[in-house]
Design a protein around this ligand. Structure first.
Ligand code: URA
Length: 223
């Protein structure tokens, strides 16, 4: 699979040829595949059930995830766990990761606050070999893309969450880069909003209801 962008942004040289999540996670701690490692505290690799039927893919670690070294342990993670439970998906039996494994941020208030900054497409592309390695290791039946960044990483740069959310699609598509990782159509992908969008929304109840409806499609698929 083509990786990186040819400009030195590429995690592939750091990814061991292994399907062991522990080995992958240890190697990811030393990733220098793009400049985001410089300001982040640490790599935040995926975690969860190594034989999970469902893999949830977020954007990138947030402030708390960066400090604690674990994905989805902050407010967005709490929102995600609540919604998974409400939808009938056991969070303990899922594998949770991000399209980008380092926190990207800007500093405000003289260094007191670190504000999330969306990753650039080339950072997402650089990090793709780690997501590929996780997909190879877990081989989920269903991949849930949480938000636009994960959607673009999995479904291509023209992906639009507002248009494609809630639909169960064969994964990988037979013309995309992920066919080097999983057999075409071996799994399914379903995209939805990012749980942090609910936290920012004026009408949280309506956003949450939509998120839940999408996750119920995922839950039905797993039944
Ligand atoms: N948002 C994400 O996309 N991932 C996390 O791990 C935390 C917040």
């Amino acid at each position: 699979m083509a990786t990186g962008t040819g400009d030195g942004y590429d995690a592939a040289p750091f990814v061991p040829d292994s399907t062991g999540l522990d080995e992958l996670s240890k190697a990811a701690a030393g990733c220098r595949g793009c400049p985001l490692y410089r300001d982040a505290t640490q790599t935040v690799f995926g975690e969860g059930d190594a034989s999970a039927r469902v893999m949830l893919v977020g954007e990138q670690p947030g402030d708390q995830e960066d400090r604690r070294g674990r994905p989805f342990v902050g407010p967005a993670g709490r929102m995600l766990s609540r919604a998974l439970e409400d939808a009938g998906i056991d969070p303990a039996r899922a594998y949770v990761t991000n399209a980008v494994k380092h926190f990207k941020f800007t500093v405000r208030d003289g260094g007191k606050r670190r504000l999330h900054k969306p990753p650039a497409l080339r950072e997402v592309a650089a990090c793709r070999p780690w997501l590929a390695a996780e997909l190879r290791a877990v081989r989920p039946e269903l991949v849930v893309a949480l938000g636009a960044t994960a959607g673009k990483a999995l479904l291509g740069p023209s992906f639009k969450v507002s248009e494609e959310r809630g639909a169960l699609l064969p994964f990988p598509r037979d013309d995309g880069p992920w066919t080097a990782v999983l057999r075409p159509g071996e799994a399914h992908v379903l995209a939805t909003i990012h749980p942090s969008a609910i936290l920012r929304a004026e009408d949280r109840d309506a956003m949450y209801a939509g998120f839940l409806a999408d996750l119920r499609v995922a839950a039905d698929t797993l039944r």
